[in-house]
Design a protein around this ligand. Structure first.
Ligand code: NAP
Length: 308
């Protein structure tokens, strides 16, 4: 197998925390360069922008975009125009329709466009999906509450238009939900709490349903201190299934049935290598559509200003 030579663009928290080690661990993938205005990696070619990388950089086959969603569209277009396979951090864009020309460009250039949902690669997600297939689901509740100061320190972009606020992690829960449920869900109501000084919500309560009326509720909150929760609880005719720790553990009526160490980003890069081998794309916009609908339907309240 030929190596997929990858450059990371946007060397911030997630690139540092996850992407570098994941690329190193996956056979068939090599980190070849970094493009970031203020950050670099010792011993790797560094460029300030994606344009400089593409013009002056070493030969690469692929780009992994780890910049905030508001700036990805132009970078994505530049990468695809240069014939590079492209991996997008979640959420795939700041709007839904901006993805359409990128999907078309990728198809025309026979390049891979991979819109990633890292939480879907959590180890207990597939066991949960399989277990639910054979059960009658009665209700679902999501509790996705984390401390924004711990997980997104100093990230102003998250509070700007297109930054999604609490939906930045909340969309991970929706990516898992839409993977494990047998039928599609849609938003029926939403309450969004906006800090007085921010353009994105700090908390959100969603009500969703499927076509048969399955009740689904979700609580997203960025103000959680102490224990954090990334849990989905599904009541079924054969017991309560809990998918906890962001999808790392699955239990039924308290008995753990699946649990394994986190390898989400290795899973993403294995999939990227596989897709790039044939130039196939994988772009599922459903989680972003649900968030967009929550913004469209959401009843808004203003809460106290957020100070990082
Ligand atoms: P981050 O720490 O702010 O890093 C993003 C980097 O992109 C910045 O360090 C910056 O590097 C570059 N950047 C910022 N604004 C830019 C602009 N206007 N133009 C060009 N480059 C810009 O953010 P992050 O937490 O890594 O998140 C990035 C993406 O990964 C987001 O979509 C997020 O949802 C996703 N993600 C984050 C996490 C997490 O736990 N933090 C987990 C999973 C996924 P330079 O200043 O060096 O250019």
């Amino acid at each position: 197998m030929t190596e997929l030579r990858i450059a990371i663009v946007g060397f911030g928290k997630i690139a540092r925390d996850q992407h570098v080690d994941a690329i190193a661990a996956v056979s068939g993938a090599t980190l070849t360069a970094v493009a970031s205005r203020n950050a670099s990696l010792p011993e790797l070619p560094h460029f300030a922008t994606i344009e400089e990388l593409l013009e002056q950089g070493p030969p690469i086959d692929a780009i992994s975009l780890c910049t905030p969603p508001q700036v990805r569209r132009t970078q994505a277009a530049a990468a695809l125009a240069a014939g590079k396979h492209l991996m997008l951090e979640k959420p795939p864009g700041a709007t839904l329709v901006e993805l359409d020309p990128l999907i078309a460009m990728a198809a025309e250039a026979k390049c891979t466009l991979f819109a990633t949902w890292h939480s879907r690669h959590a180890p207990a997600v597939e066991p949960a999906r399989q277990w639910l297939k054979a059960r009658r689901i009665k209700s679902v509740h999501i509790s996705w509450k984390e401390d924004v100061r711990v997980w997104h320190p100093g990230q102003r972009w998250i509070w700007e238009p297109g930054g999604l606020g609490v939906f930045d992690p909340g969309i991970n829960a929706l990516s898992v939900l839409t993977r494990i449920l047998p039928k599609p869900v849609f938003v029926t109501a939403a309450e969004l709490a906006f800090p007085a000084n921010c353009q994105a919500p700090i908390a959100a309560n969603l009500t969703l349903a499927d076509i048969s009326g399955l009740p689904v509720t979700a609580e997203f909150d960025f103000r959680q201190t102490g224990p954090q929760s990334w849990d989905i609880v599904v009541e079924t005719d054969q017991g309560r299934m809990t998918l906890s720790s962001g999808g790392a553990r699955m239990a039924v009526d308290g008995e753990v049935l699946a649990e394994a160490p986190d390898e989400e980003y290795r899973g993403l890069y294995r999939r990227f290598v596989e897709l790039a081998a044939s130039g196939a794309s994988d772009v599922d916009l459903i989680p972003l559509r649900l968030v967009a609908d929550a913004f469209m339907l959401g009843r808004r309240t203003i809460v106290e200003p957020f100070v990082d």
